[in-house]
Write a protein that binds this ligand. Structure first.
Ligand code: ACO
Length: 326
């Protein structure tokens, strides 16, 4: 039994927050933000819109595009660092409740910006071990709820949104996820963290941006080189390279080091900012809706985030093309 990615969907909140919003409130400039990050706008959820609400919207699209109904889903995995509730219940349980699932196993995983790739690897393992048939994986974040809007070194980086995908069992090896590798190093936990809220500390993201930047570049490049070598693949075998969208400069340096051509790279950070676990599925969905991500295409994902965590995945997209799915 193989695991195949049958669909992609995403949701972005209505509010567009441009760089001027930050210029009006702190000592920064549009020029600094654009040059250092490549970000022009990010989407911000409204007060009543929870991470689960965004996850539900993305999930509905993913389920419909996979040609399934909610009754077909037998596992829900939500990757998030901004859950509706800290500790419990999980955001995956709430997404299941809002979608109307019945007695379905549901769980969150916490791997920061690598969350979607981690969720994908768990889904693959559940399917290959014959335990589940149709798994809904989601990356959903309301990062605006854990961003300190007085810290000019982090607050302009992050945005809200969600992406979701259906991973289904198949006998067709040509549709299978080819490989996924995930790693972590807790020794580097202090580079990127939210303080311990159980000790009464504020929940806001803290980041040693410059150090994180350098490690992110090295790790993302090395991880891609490893997975490509392990699978005897060259970059010309890859149709689309979809990295975690943290910062345009990181994407540029990584893309150039790996010698991907412009047409192979999917970059959406300019319009959504860094949406952590949602960034890869949101970028995949952008490529899909622009008819760049098509059935049978070979896709490479590459993620890096707090933990530290990192991971990459190579798969053939097994969903219908957008024009056949309207
Ligand atoms: N406006 C103007 N100046 C600023 C701002 C701002 N918003 N923020 C910082 N500065 C200043 C600094 O104070 C510093 O000034 P100084 O030279 O007088 O000391 C100067 O700009 C340079 O600061 P750096 O931190 O060195 O800037 P850098 O080029 O590293 O850019 C950034 C900062 C954008 C945060 C970058 O380091 C970055 O993107 N880091 C990695 C992010 C990432 O990949 N995170 C991992 C995933 S996220 C997750 O897992 C949730």
């Amino acid at each position: 039994m193989y695991a195949a990615i049958k669909s992609i969907g995403s949701y972005v909140p209505n509010e567009k927050r441009n760089n001027q919003w930050f210029v009006d409130r702190m000592d920064t400039s549009d020029d600094w933000i654009t040059k250092r990050t490549g970000i022009s706008t990010r989407r911000i959820a409204n007060k009543d819109e929870q991470t689960s609400d965004m996850g539900v919207q993305a999930s509905k699209i993913a389920i419909q595009r996979a040609g399934l109904t909610i009754d077909d889903i037998d596992l829900i995995i939500c990757a998030t660092i901004s859950p509706d509730y800290y500790c419990m219940p999980s955001t995956a349980c709430i997404i299941g409740q809002k979608l109307g699932t019945k007695d379905v196993m549901a769980m969150d995983i916490s791997a920061a910006c690598t969350g979607f790739v981690y969720a994908l690897s768990i889904a693959k393992a559940f399917i290959e071990s014959n335990m589940k048939k149709n798994i809904l994986i989601i990356g959903a974040e309301k990062l605006s709820s854990i961003v300190d809007y007085t810290d000019r070194t982090t607050c302009m980086l992050f945005g809200d949104g969600a992406g979701a995908s259906i991973i289904s069992a198949t006998n067709d090896k040509n549709e299978a996820i080819i490989d996924i590798q995930c790693s972590s190093d807790g020794n580097l936990k202090d580079l990127l963290l939210t303080p311990n809220i159980l000790n009464g500390e504020k929940q806001f993201i803290q980041m040693k941006g410059n150090e994180t930047f350098k490690i992110a570049v090295k790790t993302l490049v090395r991880d891609v080189q490893d997975i490509m070598k392990k699978n005897s693949m060259k970059n010309t075998d890859i149709d689309l390279f979809i990295p975690h969208q943290a910062n345009y400069r990181i994407l540029k340096v990584v893309g150039d080091a790996l010698k991907f051509e412009e047409k192979q790279k999917i970059i959406t950070v300019q319009k959504y900012g860094n949406t952590s676990s949602a960034s890869i599925p949101m970028a995949m969905n952008d490529a899909y809706e622009n008819n760049k991500l098509k059935y049978g295409d070979t896709i490479l994902l590459d993620a890096f985030g707090g933990g530290l965590t990192w991971g990459s995945a190579i798969f053939r997209f097994a969903g219908k093309n957008i024009n056949d799915n309207k």
